[in-house]
Design a protein around this ligand. Structure first.
Ligand SMILES: [Zn+2]
Length: 399
């Protein structure tokens, strides 16, 4: 859902200042009422029914946080008051440096836009978080969605699952089921709290990853999951080696043959691994077929196919079938082969965290900065990963 994240950030002079809309002078915003039940920021019924005063509050928050907060385009819609309330709390709880450290920091949080369908995302080119309302629901209702509610989470998961490749309709709809083995996107033991607030921290996390180049510099370290991206011919060859090794197949020609067939297509779609591959393999590599046996060959193809069908949505991330020499191999929703350390699942925050390295960081960031009492999500992280977040915040605040 964050395809844009993969793009290189657009160059900008280090001295460029962020265009911050100024709050009009001479008028004070209405007093915030204690116990503002409907989250209208003190605007009462007009605020609730007609979103009155939202534009002014957006300008106030823009100034407060040094970000562009408001409609994505001139004629776009405003955030609801309840969204602005939550946004204020989320931004106020994050290290200030994550929002305005330098010219590569987050630029804004905007309502709509982004050319990306129904999901919110961080656009690496404009460095803005684009906020979309799930299922087209109004903003006030979005802020009521709770990750801790089973039925709400199932609906959220369905919305996400419908967009994934490699899954049958039955597999997509299995997120609505009750089986202990059902697929999930944002479930897990730590699912709690406001979906809106978690999503904001998650998307801001993408901008932090990009700015500090976490994926480039840190992602391979064990405390961060030990992520590897297996791209290009060499990457696919590594995957072929890993999957053939348990059967004792070390012939380089066989490995290269398989590497060619598991490569994603030029559009980035997962490889189409049809059953015809078994016949091809048997014909081209009779000795290897004899060594493996037909049943093992069928299993090999089934496991590779399984790796292309978003296995991270399963309770164990598909690790029981996809772990080879301590690493879990899969095709990410970007259509790329990647792998991570199986041992890293001890510190899983959510299923989505293990969909690819970028999402691992964004979910870890959302968990580390979760304001829940006792910091349960933060404690779930590897102690070295939590220490890294802490050190980073401290170092930057010192200058
Ligand atoms: Zn993301």
């Amino acid at each position: 859902m964050e395809q844009e994240f993969l793009r290189a950030p657009s160059p900008r002079p280090a001295t460029a200042s962020r265009p911050v809309p100024q709050a009009p002078q001479g008028r004070q915003s209405p007093q915030r009422k204690q116990g503002d039940r409907f989250g209208t920021g003190g605007r009462g019924l007009p605020g609730l029914l007609w979103n009155r005063g939202a534009g002014r509050r957006e300008r106030e928050l823009s100034e407060k946080y040094g970000l562009t907060i408001g409609p994505a385009s001139k004629n776009g819609g405003h955030f609801s008051h309840s969204e602005l309330n939550k946004l204020d709390k989320v931004l106020g709880g994050l290290p200030r440096n994550d929002l305005e450290y330098d010219a590569h920091s987050l630029e804004g949080i905007v309502r709509g836009g982004g050319d990306m369908g129904p999901a919110s995302l961080y656009d690496g080119e404009t460095r803005k978080v684009h906020v979309q309302h799930p299922w087209g629901m109004p903003g006030w209702l979005y802020t009521k969605l709770q990750k801790g509610s089973g039925w709400q989470r199932r609906l959220m998961d369905l919305g996400a699952a419908l967009n994934y490749q490699g899954l049958s309709m039955g597999q997509k709809c299995s997120v609505m089921g009750c089986s202990h083995n059902r697929r999930q996107v944002m479930g897990g033991a730590l699912a709690h709290g406001s979906l809106f607030s978690w999503t904001m921290r998650h998307e801001i996390g993408h901008s932090v990853d990009e700015r500090c180049q976490w994926k480039m510099v840190e992602a391979r370290k064990p405390e961060f999951g030990g992520w590897l991206l297996h791209e290009g011919q060499l990457g696919h060859y590594q995957v072929a080696c890993a999957f053939l090794a348990p059967y004792g197949i070390t012939d380089d020609e066989v490995r290269i043959w398989l590497a060619d067939r598991i490569a994603p297509d030029p559009e980035g779609n997962p490889p189409a691994l049809s059953d015809a591959l078994i016949g091809e393999f048997t014909r081209d590599w009779p000795d290897a077929t004899e060594q493996m046996g037909h049943e093992a060959l069928r299993q090999l193809l089934a496991d590779l196919k399984f790796a292309t069908a978003q296995p991270w949505m399963l309770p164990d991330g598909g690790a029981d079938r996809l772990t080879r020499d301590g690493r879990v191999y899969q095709v990410s929703h970007y259509g790329e082969w990647c792998s991570y350390l199986a041992s890293a699942r001890e510190h899983v925050v959510s299923p989505y965290q293990f969909s690819c390295a970028e999402e691992w960081f964004a979910e870890a960031y959302a968990a580390y900065h979760d304001p829940v009492a006792g910091h349960a999500p933060r404690r779930r992280l590897h102690p070295d990963a939590a220490a890294w977040f802490e050190k980073k915040a401290r170092k930057e605040s010192q200058g």
